[in-house]
Design a protein around this ligand. Structure first.
Ligand SMILES: [Zn+2]
Ligand SMILES: [Zn+2]
Length: 439
């Protein structure tokens, strides 16, 4: 045999040896992780139920963030509090230097009365965790707890971001970014427990995931008068009726039908007696879109149609636009990682590609700055009658879905920054990744 061939086969043998060793090691680590998840689950439930019982509205998440900060400190993380409001960050450093990736949870509840009848029902009148953010916080606290035991495997760092005020634009994400939380962070991941998907499924999307959302308020100013003498009045309620119908022509007649958009008027207030012509009438609505140009076009058309409709009936108006969150666009590479690792966790047939949703999320701001992905972990369960949609007074989650979310995060962490990952360079020609090792 030629000398070169001998060296080559020796190197190949060495690589195979090393590969086997790492493979064996990763198998042990994954078993270890499973037992850690089983172990932490009851604590995760306790945390989630505690937050559920004592929910705090957006920008008032003081006790929630105190509890999170205390726990992260007890794990030995580098903790910052009061970041962009009641935001908390915790940096977990691996045993060797390497890249930093971030995981984000949101802390806030909603102004909704909890109508469930259960031990962990909200104790705060009119305030409720009706979106599952209590679960997100408990999941990330659990992930931090487990990874703090695995720092010997980490070549790099994990930044845990607990963000306030997701439910109330302008939201907490932008403020935390302004405080520099993303500095030096290579990629970010976020997760939503999602009851429209059954427990056991994970949803990902590799592009447009959630819409841009803006709000508008219009006050039509006419002239009040006697219900029997309309010619002497300017009927604001009648003008509002025209305006609402006219606004519906924006999507149906102005917008390119291949570009999604929504105009919804959700609130109308005008008049106070059946026989009196109302002098003013207020309407409130929201616009949704993905494309930034469509986003602007919807708002421009709202103003144009309001001006023209009021002019037609000799009324004036006041228009206020409230800019909401931009569209949440996932990055391809990170979405691919989520998809692949989620398949490891729940099986290939239980990972679904999600259609874009016209809801919105301020996680969008992080994705405008650095690569990352936002994914959905199914938390509905018809058998347990956990079927209420998000923001509903009977909302609940199947708590066992938290174990799936925890495992997804752990696999993402290990995929990015394990010692094995750094050695991956050895096998670049073979394109090895965590899921290859485990399959
Ligand atoms: Zn929500
Ligand atoms: Zn939410």
């Amino acid at each position: 045999m030629h000398n070169f061939m001998i060296v080559r086969s020796f190197v190949k043998w060495q690589v195979t040896e090393l590969r086997m060793k790492i493979y064996e090691k990763m198998k042990v680590i994954m078993l270890e992780i499973k037992s850690y998840i089983e172990e932490i689950y009851s604590q995760a439930v306790l945390w989630r139920r505690h937050f559920h019982k004592y929910p705090e509205l957006s920008n008032k998440e003081k006790k929630t963030s105190d509890l999170v900060a205390k726990h992260l400190q007890s794990l030995g993380l580098e903790v910052n509090t009061g970041v962009g409001g009641y935001g908390v960050t915790g940096l977990l450093k691996g045993s060797a230097p390497g890249p930093t990736i971030a995981f984000r949870a949101d802390l806030d509840a909603l102004p909704i009365q909890d109508e469930k009848d259960c031990e962990y029902r909200s104790t705060v009148p009119g305030v409720m965790h009706a979106c599952g953010h209590d679960g997100h916080t408990a999941v990330l606290m659990s992930v931090a707890t487990i990874l703090a035991k695995l720092t010997h495997l980490l070549q790099g760092n994990i930044l845990f971001i607990f963000q306030p005020a997701e439910e109330l634009p302008p939201g907490g994400a932008q403020r935390m970014i302004e405080q520099g939380v993303l500095q030096g962070v290579e990629a970010i991941y976020g997760m939503h427990l999602w009851t429209p998907i059954p427990r056991g499924m994970v949803g990902y999307s590799d592009g447009e995931a959630l819409a841009a959302s803006d709000g508008f308020e219009i006050e039509i100013i006419g002239k009040g008068g006697h219900g029997g003498i309309p010619n002497e009045a300017t009927d604001a309620v009648m003008i509002a009726a025209h305006l609402i119908v006219n606004l519906q022509s924006i999507v149906s007649r102005q917008l390119n039908p291949l570009h999604p958009g929504v105009v919804t008027v959700g609130e109308i207030q005008g008049g106070h007696a059946f026989n009196v012509i109302a002098g003013t009438c207020k309407i409130k609505g929201t616009t949704r879109s993905f494309d930034p140009q469509v986003r602007q076009e919807l708002l421009t058309q709202v103003e144009k149609i309001t001006t023209a409709t009021c002019q037609m009936f000799d009324a004036s108006y006041r228009l206020e636009v409230h800019r909401g969150y931009p569209a949440l666009i996932n990055h391809k590479e990170q979405s691919e990682i989520v998809k692949r690792l989620a398949q490891d966790v729940v099986g290939e047939n239980h990972v679904l590609r999600m259609e874009p949703i016209m809801g919105s999320e301020d996680f969008a701001y992080y994705l405008q700055q650095i690569p990352g992905a936002f994914f959905f972990v199914g938390a509905g369960n018809e058998r347990k009658q956990i079927v209420a949609p998000h923001h509903h007074p009977a909302f609940d989650i199947d708590e066992t879905a938290m174990t799936i979310a925890i495992e997804c995060y752990l696999k993402i962490a290990l995929e990015h920054i394990t010692v094995m990952k750094q050695r991956k360079g050895l096998y670049d020609s073979e394109n090895v990744s965590l899921s290859d090792w485990l399959s």
